[in-house]
Design a protein around this ligand. Structure first.
Ligand SMILES: [Mg+2]
Length: 231
């Protein structure tokens, strides 16, 4: 059994500082008129977000621009999140993680649009050790061009096979996330999905996207664990 968590607005909230760090990186590299509020963020891959930001400012999508933006984003994110109290876990998350990590036969991973280095910065700022997860599929790990979140479940399932020496049946994989993007990437691979309305989408939005279960948050540890392990 493989359980995969999205990061932003599913495990943690970081006071919008991820977006703020993108803005600081953009202004440092490209000038004061750079405006990070020109693109969609929720549930999307960081490489796609950076590409959208570059295009929105008529900047070329060169490898250098992507790499410099990524490095600047990391630097500003670390600075912004070094202030105590800016990152919090979503309701029920610490208890649920403790419960799942203590279960034999349950593999717990991350499936996220974040880059590995910035995803780790965010988790640590919220008191979650990223090394605790058994495997991860990060936002820069789509093997296809253009990249998409829908490409990430096979990456996580491949890592499961590398770890355990056997395939995991998609019906034994559950993806937990706060946006229709999370739900769609699960459905694209016949995985189960749990929508959690701790971001900008409601329970109804997530149900309409096809979530197998949608909840206001993850605070009912017993119910969530029971549903997750029923796969
Ligand atoms: Mg999210």
């Amino acid at each position: 059994m493989l359980i995969l968590f999205d990061i932003d607005a599913t495990l943690i909230k970081t006071s919008g500082l991820g977006i703020a760090a993108m803005g600081r990186a953009g202004r440092e590299l490209f000038g004061d008129s750079f405006n990070e509020r020109t693109v969609d963020y929720a549930g999307r891959l960081d490489p796609l977000i950076i590409g959208d930001l570059l295009r929105a400012h008529a900047l070329p999508e060169t490898p250098d621009n992507h790499a410099n933006f990524r490095a600047g984003y990391r630097k500003h994110l670390e600075t912004l999140l070094s202030e105590p109290g800016k990152g919090v876990t979503c309701p029920g998350v610490p208890a649920l993680l403790d419960r799942l990590f203590s279960r034999a036969g349950t593999t717990v991973g991350l499936l996220t649009g974040n880059f590995p280095e910035t995803g780790a910065v965010k988790l640590r700022a919220c008191g979650i050790d990223p090394e605790r997860f058994h495997l991860s599929a990060w936002g820069d790990e789509s093997p296809h061009h253009p990249p998409a979140r829908d490409h990430l479940p096979p990456v996580a399932m491949k890592r499961y096979k590398q770890r355990h020496g056997r395939d995991v049946n998609p019906s034994h994989v559950t993806i937990i996330g706060d946006t229709p993007h999370d739900i769609r990437c699960a459905r694209a691979h016949a995985c189960r999905s749990l929508g959690v309305a701790t971001g900008m989408f409601s329970v109804t939005d997530l149900e309409n996207a096809g979530a197998d279960l949608a909840l206001p948050d993850l605070s009912d540890t017993d119910r969530v664990e029971k549903w997750l392990v029923s796969a």
